[in-house]
Design a protein around this ligand. Structure first.
Ligand code: PLP
Length: 475
C-alpha cells in the first residue's frame, strides 16, 4: 500500500469499527459457531499472490465475525470485563503506526518517559504510596498481563530472598510461597515457572467472605520455618476472580514485614476502583507491599494488553533482570540517568503501550473515569437489590464493587442450565464459578457502553428463562 492507499483503506476501517459499535447489539454476544467451523471456512493454503483489501474486508465480515464473542457488547457480563474505548483504540492505532520498539530509553525516549510519567499520574490519581513513584525509590512499568506481573514479582522476590544467588546457581534454597485458596491461578503458574515448584506453594484458608485468613497465614509460616523452609513470597488479592473478595492487605503486610516476605498485591480488576476515594479503604495497608498490579485492560477503558506493575524498590527488579549484552550498550544507559524498561520484566521488545493509556486518561480525566466506575458499581448494586427482592434467587456474597455473585435457589444443575440457556439466546452473556462447592452465577458489570436498561433487560431475561425452565421441568 502507498500512503495514499493506506489513507483510503484506513478511513474505511475506521468506518467499519464505528459501524461495528453502532450495531454491536445486533450480534449474539456469545459466538454461536461450532469448534473448527471458522478454520474450515479458511483456505488451507496461504495466498501466493497479494489480494485486494476489499476482498480481505469481505472475508472479515463473512468468515471471521461469526466467530467473535462480543466482549465490547453492553450485554457482556462474563468473567471480568476487558473493556476498551474509542480514545484507547485510537491511541493503540497511533502506537501501531509509529511501530516503535521501546526496549531501552535510547530506542525511543518518548516511549519510556511517557510511560514513566503516566504511571506516576496513575499513582497520584489512585493515592498510591509515594514509594511506587519514579520520583522515589520505585516506579511503574507496563506489563502485558497481571500473569506476567505475578511472574516478575515472584522472580524478583526469589532473588531478594536468595541474595541474588539463585540467578547464578538455580534455586537451591527451600523457598515457600503463600496465596489464598481464592488467588488467581496465574500465581500458581508463576511459582511453577520460577522454579519454586507448586509443592512449595501454600493455599491459605479463607473466611466466610472468601478473604485470606491472616492468622492461618501466620500459622503456616511458623510451621514451614520449623521444618527448615524459607518463606519468601505472599500474594494478597484485592478483588479475587471468583467473587471480588478483598484480602486484608494490612494484616498480611504486617506478617510479611515481620517474616521478611515479599508482598505482591494483585488488584487486576478491582484496582481501577482506586480512582475513586470511596473505594480506597479496600487497599488499606498497601504501603506495606513490595509490588502491586492492576489491569487498565480489564476495567479502565484501555484495550488489551495493559497491566500496570508498581514496585517499591526498582533496584530489586533491575538487579534481578538486568543483562547488558554488547549490542545494547549505549551512552544513555551508561550515564545511569535513564530507565531501560527491558530490565524491569521478562521480555526485551516492548510496544508503546503508554500511548493508549495517555489517550484514555487525557480524554476522560480523573473525574470522567470516576463517573464511569461509579456508574458500573451502582448498576451492580441495583442488580443485587433486584436479586434480593426476588423469591427465587439469592445473593451468595455481598457485592463489594461491580460483581454480583448470585444463584437461583434451585440446584447446581438448574443454575448451569439457566446460564447456558440465557447465553444461547445471544442477548446477554454471563459466566459462573464455584464457591463452597456450589455453582454461583456471576454478573460482572464493567463494559464501557453498558447502561441501566441493559442490566434491567438482562435481569428480566434471567428471571423469565428461570420461570420457563421450571415450568418445563414440572411438566
Ligand atoms: N488476577 C486476578 C485477580 C484476575 O482476576 C485475573 C484475570 O481475570 C488475573 C490475575 C489474570 O489476568 P491477566 O489475564 O492480565 O493475566
Amino acid at each position: 500500500l502507498t500512503p495514499e492507499q493506506f489513507r483510503e483503506e484506513g478511513k474505511k476501517i475506521i468506518d467499519w469499527i464505528a459501524d461495528y459499535y453502532e450495531n454491536i447489539e445486533k450480534y449474539p454476544v456469545l459466538s454461536q459457531v461450532e469448534p473448527g467451523e471458522i478454520k474450515a471456512s479458511l483456505p488451507e493454503q496461504p495466498p501466493q499472490k497479494g489480494e485486494p483489501f476489499s476482498q480481505i474486508m469481505h472475508d472479515l465480515d463473512e468468515k471471521i465475525m461469526s466467530g467473535i464473542t462480543h466482549w465490547q457488547s453492553p450485554n457482556f457480563y462474563g468473567y471480568f470485563p476487558s473493556n476498551t474505548s474509542f480514545p484507547s483504540i485510537l491511541g493503540d492505532l497511533v502506537s501501531s503506526g509509529l511501530g516503535v520498539q521501546g526496549m531501552i530509553w535510547a530506542t525511543s525516549p518518548a516511549a519510556t518517559e511517557l510511560e514513566t510519567r503516566v504511571l506516576d499520574w496513575l499513582a497520584e490519581m489512585m493515592d498510591m504510596p509515594e514509594k511506587f513513584k519514579s520520583t522515589s525509590t520505585g516506579g511503574g512499568v507496563i506489563q502485558d498481563t497481571a500473569s506476567t506481573s505475578a511472574l516478575t514479582a515472584v522472580i524478583a522476590a526469589r532473588e531478594r530472598a536468595t541474595k541474588y544467588e539463585s540467578n547464578k546457581t538455580g534455586v537451591r534454597q527451600k523457598l515457600v510461597a503463600y496465596v489464598s485458596s481464592q488467588t488467581h491461578s496465574s500465581l500458581e503458574k508463576a511459582i511453577k515457572m520460577a522454579g519454586i515448584g507448586s509443592e512449595n506453594l501454600r493455599m491459605i484458608d479463607v473466611d466466610d467472605q472468601f478473604a485470606m485468613r491472616p492468622e492461618m497465614l501466620q500459622k503456616q509460616i511458623q510451621e514451614d520455618k520449623k521444618n527448615g523452609l524459607l518463606p519468601f513470597f505472599v500474594c494478597a488479592t484485592i478483588g479475587t476472580t471468583s467473587s471480588t473478595a478483598m484480602d486484608p492487605v494490612r494484616e498480611i503486610g504486617e506478617i510479611c514485614r515481620a517474616e521478611n516476605c515479599w508482598l505482591h498485591v494483585d488488584a487486576a480488576m478491582a484496582g481501577t476502583a482506586m480512582a475513586c476515594p470511596e473505594f480506597r479503604h479496600l487497599k488499606d495497608g498497601v504501603e506495606l507491599a513490595d509490588s502491586y498490579c492492576f489491569n487498565p485492560h480489564k476495567w479502565m477503558f484501555t484495550n488489551l494488553d495493559c497491566d500496570v506493575f508498581w514496585v517499591a524498590n526498582r533496584n530489586e527488579l533491575i538487579n534481578t533482570f538486568s543483562i547488558l549484552p554488547e549490542y545494547l550498550k549505549n551512552k544513555a544507559t551508561e550515564t545511569g540517568a535513564v530507565f531501560d524498561y527491558r530490565d524491569w520484566h521478562v521480555q526485551l521488545g516492548r510496544r508503546f503501550r503508554s500511548l493508549k493509556l495517555w489517550f484514555v486518561i487525557r480524554h476522560y480525566g480523573a473525574e470522567g473515569l470516576q463517573f464511569h466506575i461509579r456508574k458500573h458499581v451502582e448498576m451492580a448494586q441495583n442488580f443485587a437489590s433486584w436479586v434480593r427482592e426476588s423469591d427465587d434467587f439469592e445473593i451468595v456474597v455481598e457485592p463489594q464493587i461491580n460483581l454480583v455473585c448470585f444463584r437461583h435457589k434451585s440446584d447446581d444443575d438448574f443454575n448451569m442450565k439457566l446460564m447456558n440457556t440465557v447465553n444461547e439466546t445471544g442477548k446477554a452473556f454471563f459466566t459462573h464459578t464455584k464457591l463452597n462447592n456450589r455453582v454461583v452465577l456471576r454478573m460482572s458489570i464493567g463494559q464501557t457502553h453498558t447502561e441501566e436498561r441493559h442490566v434491567k433487560e438482562t435481569w428480566q431475561l434471567i428471571k423469565a428463562t428461570a420461570e420457563h425452565l421450571l415450568k418445563n421441568r414440572k411438566a
